[in-house]
Write a protein that binds this ligand. Structure first.
Ligand code: BTN
Length: 311
């Protein structure tokens, strides 16, 4: 289902053009959507590929089981897909939520996720898993690994991960994953897996990002609908896989995805920092940092990692 409270904007997105109205022009300016004003009609920026339910579903259908209760929604504008799914996912349901634009996109460790209209991917998938919550340390790593698989299959062969789950391409952050939990309930733990991937950034939005970034358009022409469908399908399978087997089976594969395996890195915790060699992860998904004298274990919620060369 597509959710858009603005019918004229929806018509413009679906048909590509619409007569100019003051409200439509205001919305386009407010959401910074590219368009041309031809006098008698507004034409949408032709490089924009709005999300299309049918195209996404055709990539996704095989991953859904007929007995499952699925809620699938595309918002043209939302605060945060993660916040929305976290508040609304119900037990027994698989909730897939995409947005063209987020006004309050959330990043890890309390940061903002810059979410301009129409060119990137903002996806949240919610469901209930068996838990317990303490067993979920590896989920965010496994989700990162599977997201890399999808991007590599689509042609971005150099994508990899920076622990715990930053998607990195050409030394810039291509995407990120934010996993949030509802409190543990009798029937399991409500989980939301949120993924943001940059397909295109303009200078205005890029200037708001406080780290090196990358976007797929510099490397290949990727359909947002294909990416949205394939990534959703793979992440749904990943959630099932994790519910059945946990992370243990995938531990040894982490280093194939880790771009900094065996390299010198700097780990920051508040005002402290530690320098050492990245030796991968333990069974809980903690980073193993070899300082030369001791093997430290760091928890993803508490620290951030940088390659020493960026310091
Ligand atoms: C990170 O900081 O690396 C994680 C970023 C996660 C962003 C995605 S975009 C879709 C979902 N909704 C949000 O508000 N955040 C996540």
């Amino acid at each position: 289902m597509i959710i858009n409270p603005f019918p004229e904007l929806e018509e413009l997105l679906v048909n590509g053009s619409h007569p100019p109205t003051p409200r439509l022009l205001h919305l386009l300016e407010e959401m910074q959507i590219g368009y041309k004003d031809l006098g008698d009609k507004i034409v949408i920026d032709p490089s924009l590929e709005p999300f299309d339910e049918t195209k996404i579903m055709s990539e996704l259908l095989d991953a859904l089981s007929p007995s499952e209760s699925v809620r699938f929604e595309i918002y043209r504008d939302i605060g945060s897909t993660n916040e929305h799914v976290l508040a609304n996912v119900e037990y027994g349901q698989l909730y897939i939520c995409l947005a063209e634009h987020q006004t309050a996109g959330r990043g890890r460790r309390g940061r903002r996720w810059i979410s301009p209209f129409g060119h990137n991917l903002y996806l949240s998938i919610g469901c209930y898993l068996q838990g317990p919550l303490e067993a979920f340390g590896g989920l965010s790593l496994l989700v990162g690994m599977r997201a890399v698989d999808v991007l590599r299959e689509l042609g971005l062969s150099d994508v990899g991960l920076k622990w715990p789950n930053d998607l990195i391409l050409d030394r810039g952050k291509l995407g990120g994953i934010l996993i949030e939990f509802k409190s543990q309930e009798d029937h399991g733990v409500g989980v939301v897996v949120g993924t943001g991937i940059n397909l295109r950034m303009n200078d205005h939005h890029a200037s708001q990002i406080d780290q090196n970034w990358s976007a797929t358009e510099s490397y290949l022409n990727l359909s947002r609908n294909v990416l949205a469908g394939r990534l959703s399908a793979r992440l749904i399978e990943t959630l099932r896989e994790f519910d059945r087997h946990g992370f243990g089976n995938y531990l040894s594969r982490w280093q194939d995805y880790n771009l900094f395996a065996g390299q010198e890195v700097i780990v920051k915790r508040g005002s402290e920092h530690f320098i050492g060699i990245d030796r991968g992860i333990d069974e809980k998904g903690n980073l193993l940092l070899d300082t030369g004298s001791v093997m430290q274990r760091h928890n993803a919620g508490e620290v951030s990692l940088r390659p020493i060369s960026d310091h």
